[in-house]
Design a protein around this ligand. Structure first.
Ligand code: AMP
Ligand code: MG
Length: 400
């Protein structure tokens, strides 16, 4: 049985980053760059006003103030998107707005609130300004040639904004993986169908599909698969044909009706590993078939979710070229003791309050969905140990 980190390393070692494709910047959020993007221009591209007001020569108003206002002659207007032709001479000023290019000759902007307009193009300046006050400088944000976004970084909305400001209209990113989603189990019934004796509603695919999408994959959901070897082979074959990887749920334990591994091997696949020393989620399977991959999740919904978040999502992100792929962590303080009597690391469902207090979400058996629904985190409790109340703990966030 592998430790979690060994299992994750085996997964990362098995995948090569997916090939590149060019996408419009507007569709690039969440993707990962193949090559760094540099800015072709300075940002801001020119010195400009940070305020609605008047561009002045600061020396002209250095002696000013509410008691001794200075009168300047208004010689021009620079609405956004235009430039002032000429130079601001001593004793004059130019009307500017936020973002207007700073006229030549001016070295500061007096905000509108500190002025009064008078007849005959006169502007009364009621406060002094220091040189370069209320001026935003060319290149102060980004110098031309500087990197706007790095290889391996997930493109956030903020990075999209930065690249757009630099005039970038498309980017080279790693292709998204197409991932098939299968649920196995003869007990499973589709929502909307009557629930006959012994049957249960299938709940893993609709839980995992949005997680696949949020992991950057294109999800393809397949029909339910009964616990029969030939049906499992047929379903796996179709999914492997149509996708880059397949995520299955159920059918990976030791029961004689658990056919996922056998079907995968029958199709020519090879198991890379089976079983990880975590709770929940021990029977997780990883296999390869030519250039395609099988992530076999246990069927218990909590086990399926936990193994997806701890093992599959980081791998899908790595596959898309991301460097920083581990689940997000938050810190908190345990409000109650948590005990793990078992010999595997237990990832317990917990809730972290706004004040940082961490509490168990209740009973932790891997078929119990209500504690999963309440949880916003997973807290690792080491084997055969107790985390005392008051301990500082790292919690894996599962609400992102
Ligand atoms: P298995 O991993 O196939 O042995 O399934 C373990 C448990 O999870 C059983 O109680 C199954 O009924 C349940 N289960 C398996 N797949 C699903 C599913 N897709 N939705 C809900 N429960 C499931
Ligand atoms: Mg089953």
């Amino acid at each position: 049985m592998l430790e979690l980190e060994e299992a994750r390393q085996r997964l990362f070692d098995a995948i090569q980053p997916l090939p590149a494709e060019t996408v419009p910047l507007s569709q690039a959020a969440g993707r990962v760059l193949v090559e760094a993007v540099a800015s072709p221009i300075d940002l801001p591209a020119f010195d400009n006003s940070a305020m609605d007001g008047y561009a002045v020569r600061s020396a002209d108003v250095a002696a000013g103030g509410p008691q001794s206002p200075v009168t300047l002659k208004l010689v021009g207007h620079v609405p956004a998107g235009t430039v002032f032709v000429g130079t601001v001479q001593p004793g004059t000023c130019v009307r500017v707005f936020t973002g207007s290019p700073l006229p030549d000759g001016a070295d500061a902007v007096v905000m509108q609130e500190d002025t009064r307009t008078e007849p005959d193009q006169a502007v009364l300046v009621l406060d002094r300004v220091k040189p370069w006050e209320n001026v935003r400088f060319r290149g102060e944000d980004v110098k031309a040639g500087a990197v706007l976004a790095q290889v391996g970084e997930v493109i956030t909305p903020g990075r999209v904004g930065l690249m757009a400001a630099g005039g970038i209209s498309s980017v080279n990113v790693h292709r998204r993986p197409i991932v098939g989603l299968l649920a196995t189990g003869s007990e499973l019934v589709e929502a909307g169908q009557p629930l006959l004796p012994g049957k249960i509603y299938e709940s893993n695919r609709c839980m995992l599909e949005p997680l696949l999408v949020r992991s950057g994959a294109v999800a393809k959901v397949f029909p339910l698969v009964p616990d029969k070897l030939d049906a499992t082979c047929a379903a796996l074959k179709q999914a492997l044909d149509e996708c880059d990887a397949v995520v299955t749920s159920g059918g990976v334990s030791v029961g004689e009706l658990d056919f996922v591994k056998a079907a995968f091997e029958k199709l020519g696949g090879a198991m890379d590993f089976w079983r990880v020393a975590i709770k929940p989620g021990k029977p997780f399977v990883f296999g390869r078939c030519h250039r395609k991959f099988l992530f076999g999740l246990p069927g218990n919904p909590v086990s399926a979710l936990v193994t997806f978040l701890l093992l599959v999502r980081p791998t899908l992100r790595r596959w898309q070229g991301a460097t920083d792929v581990l689940p997000p962590i938050t810190h908190g303080i345990l409000a109650e003791a948590l005990v793990n009597h078992g010999d595997r690391r237990h990832f317990m469902r917990v809730r972290v309050d706004e004040d940082g207090a961490v509490r168990s979400c209740g009973a932790q058996a891997s078929h119990l969905l209500s504690s999963l629904a309440r949880a916003n985190g997973l807290l690792e409790v080491p084997p055969n140990s107790t985390l005392a109340a008051g301990s500082h703990v790292r919690v894996i966030r599962i609400d992102d």
